[in-house]
Design a protein around this ligand. Sequence first.
Ligand SMILES: *Cc1c(COP(=O)(O)O)cnc(C)c1O
Length: 406
Amino acid sequence: MNYEAFFGEELAAVREEGRYRVFAEIERKAGSFPYAKRYIEGGTMDVTVWCSNDYLGMGQHPKVLDAMHRVIDECGAGAGGTRNISGTNHHHVLLEAELADLHHKEDALLFTSGYVSNWAALGTLASKIPNCVVLSDALNHASMIEGIRHSRATCKVFEHNSPEDLDRKLAALDPDLPKLVAFESVYSMDGDIAPIAEILDVCEKHNAMSYIDEVHAVGLYGPRGGGVAEREGLMDRITVIEGTLGKAFGVMGGYIAASRDLCDFVRTFASGFIFSTAIPPAVAAGACASIKHLKASNAEREQHQARVAKVRGALDRMGIPHIPNPSHIIPVMVGDPHKCKFISDWLMDNHGIYVQPINYPTVPRGTERLRITPSPVHSDGDIDKLLNALSEIWSQCALARRDMAA
Ligand SMILES: *Cc1c(COP(=O)(O)O)cnc(C)c1O
């Protein structure tokens, strides 16, 4: 085989389809989010970032930066090993206690990312519990799907956000089999939110464990930022709550929160936990400071929701189609990969507005979109600039607008 030719041909096919991934090279400016420097051939330009998952701007929060600087000076750069061998730092232990408290669980377990936490926790639970059957929401994140696949457990996919279909699928199984139901709270591409209480009713009816990914909700919902399950008073009914420290908390890392024995079980058997170097102590301390701050402060959450409502209202007035949803994610629909990429490039090159195009396989073909994530750090002026630019390109491209009278 000519390996190089194979790589080239595969890439050419992706380009042809208009879904070749080009990453904007940016340098975020701490203290001036959402502004960043973009590197282009021969220089740089200033841009406004409209697609960050640092939803609240915690990545530049003084308390987070202070904690990180202090702990770098105290503990040095890295953890110095896997947790198992030599890398369990005091700051990892403090962070796990903070996370257990956030979700009112007995314990929590840290991983290097949210992806690894899903892959390792689901992979371990589903493979180590004898004859475990996994019920997985049809739109679950790749990290959950990979973990379930890796476990080699039987997996039944239930219709997205459908407790009825979940109930049917569970009822068809031998009642004595162990069962694990895996789903998300906020789905990050459409921004819809799961009917968590109804799903838990069905889990309890069939004696199934429940596993929720609250990656796009922790820090953002609930009186202390515990997620949608906290807001709805449901945390104690969920077996495992999984989250990230890399999105609303603004740092990096992932975790599960659950009973002491479940966390201990995953700690003991998960290869993705045991054989990987722990996150740097300074990162743990930064995440801890971020969680602590957001437990006590609602200002960021309120501002966030107000910014989202403002952008949405303006899009409605301009008739620019976006998926209505009860979350903070605004998917502006384009429906064609080439157009989606073109609009994204045009916004960046002409207006210094950075919104990454979202194409297949992240979303189904024909539903290509611009995923806009307003945050408390976007000013009224930033919003006006974004909306004027979108309006201009929508007219130029003769893209459909919603019936303005509707
Ligand atoms: C981003 C994401 C993850 C992975 O979290 P990271 O900390 O970025 O690795 C897991 N689940 C969902 C739904 C995500 O969007």
